[in-house]
Design a protein around this ligand. Structure first.
Ligand SMILES: [Zn+2]
Length: 282
């Protein structure tokens, strides 16, 4: 009798272990703004809070959590043979900063109707580029920083420009001299190049597949063209101060379709240029 019970217990353990393997999340930081990547057996369907998520032929997927994502997310995994597997993940709430920026051109804070129309048109271009969502799986790469420098702005901050409240900041700002090289943080395909958008100045979008894209703004110069395939670490642009900016810096943003996510959830801490100089010293 006890032997039977042990058999049943072992069988149950094996079953739970088997179903747990159906969904593998890669180094997921379950926090607001995070990019979540993972894999499932090929042919599996996934929904996140009842919304379908694209799965590649090899079973790779990516999705993003919003700045104000709720406290938990439900992921449902459906394989053709088995019962749907439902998993709940807790999402850590983040504390966002308040940032006051003085000295940006006042026209970029209170644009006139003509400028508003221009900015809307440009936003539509960027929106269209982000919907391309190419069938690529570059999003699984170990992302790298597009350049090293001092971080002067973080994801999610509530922003005041010249004293006036505006939308939260969705990128990471890295201060660097004008002309500093920006490299591709991961492979991808260039889906938008624009020399001078009203708010974002020189703007470049790189698609990393299945809806995940990087946007680089305030650029001085863009070194690639729409349709170019870029390799990780390839020089793609130069830092500038174009658009609504007070000085030269790179603003690196990330989207999963329309959802604005935090690119820093994909990279480690910013390498300390001094520390690396010390390390390489004899
Ligand atoms: Zn910024």
């Amino acid at each position: 009798m006890t032997l039977w019970l042990r058999h049943i217990a072992l069988l149950l353990l094996a079953l739970t272990a088997g179903s747990a393997q159906a969904l593998e999340i890669r180094d997921g930081q379950w926090q607001q703004g995070a990019v979540i990547r993972g894999s499932v057996p090929p042919g599996t369907a996934i929904t996140v809070d009842d919304k379908p998520v694209r799965v590649s032929e090899e079973g790779l997927f990516v999705f993003g959590l919003d700045r104000d994502a709720p406290a938990s997310v439900t992921v449902t995994v459906k394989t053709p043979e088995a019962e749907p597997q439902v998993r709940r993940f807790d999402v850590k709430a983040r504390d966002y900063r308040i940032q006051r920026i003085e000295g940006v051109p006042q026209s970029t804070v209170t644009p006139n109707p003509e400028q508003v129309a221009r900015a809307r048109k440009e936003a539509a271009m960027a929106w269209k580029a982000r919907q391309k969502a190419l069938e690529r799986t570059d999003f699984m790469t170990d992302f790298q920083w597009p350049l090293t420098g001092i971080i002067t702005g973080v994801y999610g901050s509530q922003r005041f420009y010249n004293g006036e409240p505006r939308r939260p900041h969705y990128g990471v700002d890295i201060a660097a001299p004008q002309g500093t090289t920006v490299v591709a943080p991961a492979p991808g395909v260039v889906t938008l190049v624009h020399d001078d958008m009203f708010f974002s100045g020189g703007t470049l979008i790189v698609d990393h597949g299945q809806g995940l894209s990087s946007t680089f703004i305030h650029l001085h110069k863009i070194l690639v063209e729409e349709g170019d395939e870029v390799a990780q670490g390839q020089a793609i642009a130069q830092v500038g101060a174009t658009g609504r900016a007070t000085g030269p810096h790179l603003d690196w943003r990330m989207n999963w379709f329309d959802h604005r996510v935090d690119p820093t959830t994909l990279v480690g801490p910013m390498p300390d240029p001094e520390a690396s100089a010390e390390q390489s010293a004899p």
